[in-house]
Write a protein that binds this ligand. Structure first.
Ligand SMILES: [Zn+2]
Length: 174
C-alpha cells in the first residue's frame, strides 16, 4: 500500500477514487497504536481494491487519563505508474511513514490547586502562590474575572500569573 499525506503521489497517476477509509487504535493496545491505526486504514483501503492511501491524516485525542486514541483517515485510490514520469521500474514500492512525528498535544502547564476560604474558591499560582478568586458560570465553567484563556492549544483555561508570569491551568469544577 502506497501512503501519502499529500493529494498525489509523485510518479503515479490516480485512476480511481474509492472512498474515505478510517482506522482507529488506542494506546491501550500498545505503544505502536499509531502504526496499528494506519495498518487498519490500509486494510480497509485494500478491501476496496485500492493500492494507495492519499491525503492521509492522523488525529490523536485523549480519551481517558493516560489513554490516547489515534484515528487515521485518507482517500483510498487506485494508482498506476505514470509512464510519462519516466520511471524505469514497474514495481510499486512501499512508502514508510514516520508516525512518531504525530504526537498528542501534551498538557504543558501545571494545574493550580483549588483552595476555599470564606465561601469562595481560589486557585493559587503553582510557582509563587498568588491567589485568584474563581467564578463558576451557569454551565459549570470556571472563570477568573479579568482573565481570558491564553493558550488555545491546551485543554481548559490557562492564565499568566500577574506576579511571576507563570502560565498555569485553572482546574474546572466538573
Ligand atoms: Zn505566580
Amino acid at each position: 500500500m502506497l501512503i501519502s499525506a499529500g493529494d498525489n503521489l509523485g510518479g503515479y497517476k490516480i485512476l480511481e477514487y474509492k472512498a474515505v477509509v478510517f482506522g482507529t487504535a488506542s494506546s491501550a493496545e500498545g505503544s505502536n497504536y499509531r502504526q496499528t491505526a494506519l495498518k487498519k486504514a490500509c486494510e480497509n483501503a485494500d478491501l476496496l481494491g485500492a493500492n494507495a492511501l492519499i491525503n492521509m491524516h492522523i488525529e490523536i485525542c485523549q480519551i481517558a487519563d493516560k489513554t490516547q486514541e489515534a484515528t487515521v483517515y485518507g482517500d483510498a485510490v487506485i494508482v498506476k505508474i505514470d509512464s510519462d514520469y519516466g520511471l524505469a521500474t514497474g514495481e510499486i514500492h512501499e512508502h514508510k511513514v514516520n508516525l512518531e512525528a504525530y504526537l498528542p498535544k501534551a498538557r504543558k502547564s501545571e494545574i493550580a490547586r483549588v483552595q476555599e476560604a470564606n465561601g469562595y474558591k481560589f486557585v493559587a499560582c503553582p510557582r509563587c502562590g498568588t491567589k485568584y478568586k474563581t467564578d463558576v458560570d451557569a454551565n459549570g465553567d470556571v472563570h477568573i474575572k479579568g482573565f481570558h484563556d491564553v493558550d488555545d492549544d491546551e485543554p481548559g483555561l490557562q492564565i499568566f500569573c500577574l506576579r511571576c508570569g507563570t502560565k498555569f491551568t485553572v482546574p474546572g469544577t466538573k
